[in-house]
Ligand binder design. Sequence first.
Ligand code: MIC
Ligand code: SF4
Length: 650
Amino acid sequence: MKLTLAQKIIKNHLVSGDIFEGREVTVRIDQTLTQDSTGTMAYLQFEQLGKDRVETELSVSYVDHNMLQTGYQNADDHYFLQTMAARYGIHFSRPGNGVCHQVHLERFSRPGSTLLGSDSHTPTSGGVGMLAIGAGGMDVALAMAGEPFTMPRPQIIYVNLIGRLPDWVTAKDVILTILGKLSVSGGVGSIIEYGGEALSTMTVPERATLTNMGAELGATTSIFPADGITRQYFIAQGREEDFVPLTADEGAKYDRVIEVNLSELVPMVAKPYSPDNVVPAEDLADVKISQVCIGSCTNSSYVDMMRVAEILRGRTVHPEVSLAIAPGSRQVLTMLAESGGLAAMLAAGARILESGCGPCIGMGQAPRTDGASLRTINRNFYNRSGTASAKVYLCSPEVAAVSALTGVITDPRRTDYRLPQVENPAKFAVNDNMIIPPLPIEAARQVEIVRGPNIQPFPVGRAPEEGDLTHEALIVLGDDISTDHIMPSTAALLPFRSNIPKLAQHCLEPCDPTFPQRAREAGGGFIIAGRNYGQGSSREHAALAPVQLGIRAVIAISFARIHLANLINNGILPFNFICPADYDLIEQGDVLTLPDLAAQIREAANGKNVKLINQTKGKTIELYLAAGSQQIEYLLHGGRLLYAKAKSKS
Ligand code: MIC
Ligand code: SF4
């Protein structure tokens, strides 16, 4: 049988299921990664599993998100993570070493292997031919404990890249163009595989920009072959031994094929508030900007940064623009310093930030009121920057750098700037001294785990009752609600990622600030939503905070993959409307009953629909429980952790 790239890796890691048939596949996980804002929860959950050491080939704990230390909370959480890593055999990438995906690509990625990460942009390592998947903290905790990972059996979309990128047009413009074509839900249920003649012109960091933003398409992951260019990258990283060639079989079958002619592309910009809201940069020439942020796991490779440096060299940032630059990793920052690029940035007036997520997750650099901020990041959801009235636009580093000089969104092709010529280096600056390797097992057992006062117990779900469950429809939401809406993350809230009771007070605040209080007063309830509910970040907090508030079910037209798994893992019932138009039959405040709940959930495992009665409107609505048979077992126990505990007792 001819296989695609992803199918080959799935086949080599298959634990159960079939690549060509059935609803789900279950695969063995070789590597895991966590970052600090999701990691604290993942490790608290891992602890509950009672293991002595991680059972993966490699697990890495990164600190890159919660970098501002405006109080003790983040520093405490970082030390908790460090002691956890030492105790359980995990590599620890210290704060300052860089953004997890950039560092993982550089130092740990491996073609043909599987990686599960508690961050939605984990697919970045797909740029070297790895099957790298983002997941919620609990799925990653279980993978660290040696459990395989189950995903809906993916469709395979093949993107055939032809032609050659014109001057000033970049990998970012390719993925923004694809987002414009497919939309933020266009990749749901799919793995995106890249191939075609244009691959011979694409470097690994460029490929990684595409696989990174496959997350914005809702894809399970994205992947490139591991070819001669990939091998050169591994040689330049001083780890040729990790290179394994990987190509799709000639004649492999794809569920969908898309062709993108790079020669026809232009510099693109995504307008607020969605990464698929794209237009050519030149259409926005009248948009005055007050801020430019360059960096993030999408666009902060050495070449990205050096191009920016060369554009800025000898010039001055526009007086009304604040330019912030966060190089993606210490490797990139070191090379920028050594090559003189950093000096050019500083001379132009750039504000250099440490290597971390920074403005991308609202950790500082919130724009001014009503300000337009042009960023090289991957998400521009409402309020993510930390300033609700700000408008965030997404673009390539080249467009960002030129616009920082002109003060308006600028298509560089319409200027007389010269295109900087920067090549990938033959050797990267390799220095792993900020990655603390695991301790031998005996020494690890002596490590004391240090928990600051910010670390609070997390809430657990409830098993469905043997009777009716009646609750109010607490809120009715529209399409494409992101986890940034459900559980906002700003510099003020991120320090509470290990304190769910505190965080829950802000659940769904961007949609309705009264929601947390109303939920508490009602003693819990149901959430009603449109399409693609829970897109974006993998943060499990977007399920944990609703559990804390007593939310028992989310009834949506459709869900994003990671959030759906997070709801199930934490015991919130996810339902789809059998008939999407029935969404209109529920209004906020309606009283809804799920009759004979536990019995209905058990029957759902046999493929039966679930009945919901809208008491207020006197209507009966048919629902579908959006869970596989194994997941229904988790739900019957009140979530995956309770299920795992019950299993280990029996
Ligand atoms: C993001 O880019 O949205 C984040 C912040 O990295 C999240 C993780 C988080 O919310 O902590 C993600 O992508 O999963
Ligand atoms: Fe960090 Fe932004 Fe990348 Fe998320 S998308 S990992 S916040 S840099």
